[in-house]
Design a protein around this ligand. Structure first.
Ligand SMILES: Cc1cc2nc3c(=O)[nH]c(=O)nc-3n(C[C@H](O)[C@H](O)[C@H](O)COP(=O)(O)O)c2cc1C
Length: 308
């Protein structure tokens, strides 16, 4: 059975990818016995900014019912360090490496994209869920015009495929999808985390050092599925692929995203519990393919029968 998918011109051996911020720069996975990179379609590397960042004060992670709340604050060693020191040690891995780029101004995104353009990564994912410090602190991902500007700028700064990662913290995610497609994105990742808060009753304080954070894991799967379906209505006719993500634990979860219109899927929070989940998810997805009497995921993609 052919499990390969073509994502924005990047051939992936499998539709199952590993998500940004959940596997760092592959350091732990490379040490993990039994981990097979060749069964992973792509690894989305840790969010990277122009300058190194120390991230938010602790605690940065809190468990909630069915979910994980995080406010890491984009801790990373800076784009130059990633390209000069980290990539040479992981570029041989038998999978595709996608940089995840972030910034606090449009110019930051441009500079980071230029640095990664001259590197062995196969593509760049733009994280637009970052505060636009220059223009009042609202996230780039919540204003379609600003999101489009970031995408256009990155597109002009690299010849590599670009994937824009949409935030669910908006009123109309279809509108955001339309804006970034018009701006030239080659693919869409959906969804990033859902804003939330956990409260420590004894101390009358938020649990996270940053106050608020992003919720991930099974708790957000229904939000993610509807978002992917909405985006698919816009992106499908234009041939723009979607990497569905948000709470995927099993192959069954993953197939739900394929039915909703995703060409590939991503595992994030589930890896903290089971770092070997990717091969299990892929083999379960293939069982579902056989159940549908299909030879390829493309035959199932977007075939959800929405009620009339
Ligand atoms: C601890 C943690 C760190 C994350 N860091 C990033 C990041 O640096 N850049 C990014 O675009 N998304 C980041 N994410 C979001 C994930 O890549 C993913 O989109 C989200 O968690 C939804 O998928 P999941 O429910 O399978 O985890 C992070 C998520 C977690 C849990």
């Amino acid at each position: 059975m052919d499990t390969g998918v073509l994502l924005a011109g990047i051939p992936l051996a499998s539709p199952v990818t590993l998500l940004s911020g959940c596997v760092g720069f592959c350091e732990d996975l490379m040490r993990l016995e039994g981990f097979d990179f060749s069964s992973v379609g792509a690894v989305f590397l840790k969010g990277t900014t122009l300058e190194a960042r120390r991230g938010n004060p602790p605690p940065r992670i809190a468990e909630t019912h069915g979910g994980l709340l995080n406010a890491i604050g984009l801790q990373n060693p800076g784009a130059r360090h990633v390209v000069d020191t980290i990539l040479p040690a992981i570029q041989h891995l038998p999978t595709r490496l996608i940089a995840n780029i972030a910034g606090s101004s449009v110019e930051d995104y441009r500079e980071v994209a230029r640095i990664f353009d001259d590197s062995p990564v196969h593509g760049m994912e733009i994280n637009i869920s970052c505060p636009n410090v220059k223009e009042g602190g609202a996230a780039f991902g919540s204003d379609p015009r600003v999101a489009a500007r970031v995408v256009e700028t990155v597109k002009q700064s690299t010849s590599k495929p670009i994937i824009t990662k949409l935030s669910p913290n908006v009123t109309d995610i279809g509108l955001m999808a339309r804006a970034i497609i018009d701006a030239g994105t080659d693919a869409i990742s959906a969804i990033n985390t859902v804003m939330g808060m956990a409260i420590d009753l004894e101390n009358r304080r938020p649990v996270l050092g940053n106050g608020q954070g992003g919720l991930s894991g099974p708790a957000i799967k229904p939000i993610a599925l509807l978002a992917v379906w909405r985006i698919h209505q816009v992106a499908g006719p234009k041939g723009i692929p979607i990497i569905g993500q948000g709470g995927i634990i099993t192959g069954r979860d993953a197939m739900e995203f394929i039915l909703a219109g995703a060409s590939a899927v991503g595992l994030g929070t589930s890896l903290f519990r089971n770092p070997l989940a990717s091969s299990e998810v892929l083999s379960e997805m293939m069982t579902w393919l056989r159940h549908y009497e299909a030879d390829h995921f493309d035959q199932i993609r977007g075939t959800l029968a929405w009620p009339e």
